[in-house]
Ligand binder design. Sequence first.
Ligand code: QAP
Ligand code: CO
Length: 171
Amino acid sequence: MRLPIVTYPDKRLKALSGEVTVFDALLHELLDNMYETMIASNGIGLAAIQVAQPIRALIINLPDEEGVQHSEATLEVINPRIEVVEGSTYYQEGCLSVPGFYEDVERHERLRLRYQDRFGNELLLEAEGLLSIALQHEMDHLDGKLFIEKLSYARRKKFEKEYKKNQKSKS
Ligand code: QAP
Ligand code: CO
C-alpha cells in the first residue's frame, strides 16, 4: 500500500524518532509499504518519519549501473548507530519531502554503522560513495533534520526563494 509522504514545512519532519523495540509483522508491513511508496515516487531512500511514523527505521535502494532498482537490493536499516566516519565529500542531494529542490551538501565520505534488520538481528556495515551519503541523509531524518538545514546561508536563501515562488504558482 502506498502511503502519503509528509513534505516540508510539516512540523512532523522535525520529530526525534524513537528506537524500534518490537520486530513484528506490523514493522514488516510498514517497511514493505515504505518500499512501495519510495519506488512509486522515484526515490532511492526513505525514512519512516517521511510517512508519519516516528521510529528509527529507513530504507535505501540504489540503482545498479544500468539505472535499474532491484527490490532484492533494498537495504533496511533499523536503529542505526554510526561508529566511525572518515573523509568528506559533496553530493547534490534531493529529498522526497522537499520535492523539486536539489543542492550540494557536505557529508562524510565513509562510515561504519551498526544497525538491526527487520528481524532484530545486529549487523555491521561499512559504506562509501552514494550509499554512505544516502545513509547519512536518511539518518538525519531520524533526528528531525532535513538536508536544507545543512546548506550555507546563501544556498538556504536560494531555497526559501524557490519555495515561496513554487507556493505562489500553486495558489
Ligand atoms: C535521499 O532522496 C538521498 O525532489 C533520497 O521531485 C539524496 O530519494 C540519497 C526525489 C541524495 C542519496 C543522495 C526528489 C524524487 C527523490 C525529488 C530521494 C523529486 C522526486 C529523492
Ligand atoms: Co530525505
